[in-house]
Design a protein around this ligand. Structure first.
Ligand SMILES: CC(C)(COP(=O)(O)OP(=O)(O)OC[C@H]1O[C@@H](n2cnc3c(N)ncnc32)[C@H](O)[C@@H]1OP(=O)(O)O)[C@@H](O)C(=O)NCCC(=O)NCCS
Length: 155
């Protein structure tokens, strides 16, 4: 079941995104800060964090937020599924849920930032499979030899 994340889910979400390789252990504080800000804002910032939970805590997580100063454009800031459960449709179901929510609210575009490194080949294949198109690249953005790849999905 996909449900809104609660403050009690924070530690498990952080553990999940690090285990999935979205953030290194050294970067866990970034996610911690993002979630703390999210729960403090209590919806006022328009951000949304949902988890895939079958009763035992998060198996997957998705976080999305409106892009300031745009007309109904959103960023998918993070999406991750527990490594042992990847490749079984959970990520696709979460992304479809995000799209449904945004479409129902009349939103226009969903953008996703990822990396050109080979370890993200499957991640890029995931977005392409779900109909997202590679729209832009900034070379050497994350680090030398590691480009920013932006995928675009029309809602
Ligand atoms: C990217 C991610 C969220 C996709 O979720 P998922 O549940 O594994 O993906 P799904 O099963 O719904 O979709 C599978 C499709 O995506 C691709 N895919 C991406 N990652 C995959 C993986 N680890 N295993 C198998 N397929 C994967 C394949 O094209 C696959 O298609 P197929 O099943 O026809 O072969 C998940 O693999 C993940 O958490 N990856 C690590 C973190 C990450 O890269 N997050 C995005 C950062 S921008």
């Amino acid at each position: 079941m996909i449900r809104p994340a609660t403050p009690e889910d924070s530690a498990a979400i952080i553990e999940l995104v690090v285990a999935a390789g979205m953030f290194s252990a050294d970067e866990a504080w970034l996610v911690e800060g993002m979630l703390a800000g999210y729960f403090d804002a209590n919806g006022d910032d328009g951000h949304v964090c949902v988890i895939d939970d079958e009763g035992d805590g998060p198996l997957g997580v998705a976080y999305y937020q409106p892009k300031p100063a745009t007309d109904r454009v959103w960023d998918l800031t993070m999406i991750a599924v527990r490594p042992a459960l990847q490749g079984r449709g959970r990520g696709a179901a979460m992304l479809r849920g995000v799209e449904e929510d945004l479409r129902a609210r009349g939103q226009r575009l969903l953008l996703v930032e990822t990396s050109s490194l080979p370890q993200y080949d499957r991640t890029r294949a995931f977005y392409a499979k779900l109909g997202y198109e590679e729209e832009a690249r900034i070379r050497d953005y994350w680090a030398a030899g590691d480009d920013l790849v932006v995928f675009r999905g029309a809602l």
